[in-house]
Design a protein around this ligand. Structure first.
Ligand code: PAN
Ligand code: ZN
Length: 197
């Protein structure tokens, strides 16, 4: 067996990775409090739908310089006007960048700086999207099919979910008669950085 052979994983057309080392399943209850419409969220919680799955190639070398990769499959659906989305995070080592590659469906990558500047990028199959160092990121399924993408990131990037769980995300993507619309999140409250506190 070669060195690289055990580091490869098969990714199916639908984004699932049968040889994944770990699979995270996120249902609505795992995202409680992240959607703007709390009443719609409470109603849907009775069914607690599957929102997304992450198939991780995690059993890869962890020494400095290595990459991990995963696929994410976000189901099509909404909570009120807001589309199904990931929790969103900054990297625990905030200066670590990431590359996303669209595999299927249609979605948006939301990016924000710690100060709350935000940008959004439409993603379809074939879109290579760059997550720069220090930018928090969340993906949203704006289509009728599962939105699927592959992500590759430094093995030591880690996850800071707490900041977005506490402050919210600076922008929301909501359904409108003209299609998905990006709006500023009125409930977003950035916590001052350590330097400013
Ligand atoms: C991705 C995300 C994945 C799920 O692999 O972890 O899309 O989103 P949450 O982690 O926000 O639930 C990534 O950005 N890794 O760094
Ligand atoms: Zn990330």
């Amino acid at each position: 067996m070669t060195y690289v052979e055990p580091l490869a994983r098969q990714v199916r057309q639908d984004g699932t990775m049968p040889s994944a080392d770990a699979v995270q399943e996120r249902r609505l209850r795992d995202l409680a409090g992240l959607f703007a419409d709390r009443d719609a969220e409470a109603r849907l919680l009775a069914h607690d739908p599957l929102v997304y799955r992450v198939f991780e190639a995690a059993a890869l070398p962890k020494e400095d310089g290595h990459l991990l990769f995963s696929t994410t499959v976000i189901e099509s659906g909404r909570v009120g006007d807001e589309y199904f989305m990931t929790k969103g995070h900054f990297h625990a080592r905030a200066d670590r960048a990431e590359l996303y590659y669209g595999l299927g469906g249609r979605g948006m990558l939301l990016l924000q700086t710690p100060e709350g500047r935000y940008e959004a990028l439409d993603m379809v199959a074939g879109t290579a999207a760059y997550v720069p160092p220090y930018w928090g990121h969340r993906t949203v399924n704006t289509g009728e099919e599962p939105f699927v993408f592959l992500a590759a990131y430094p093995a030591d990037a880690g996850y800071d979910y707490g900041t977005i769980a506490r402050d919210g995300f600076a922008a929301l993507v909501v359904a409108s008669p003209d299609g998905p619309r990006l709006i500023a999140n009125p409930a977003y409250r950035p916590t001052p950085s350590d330097d400013a506190r």
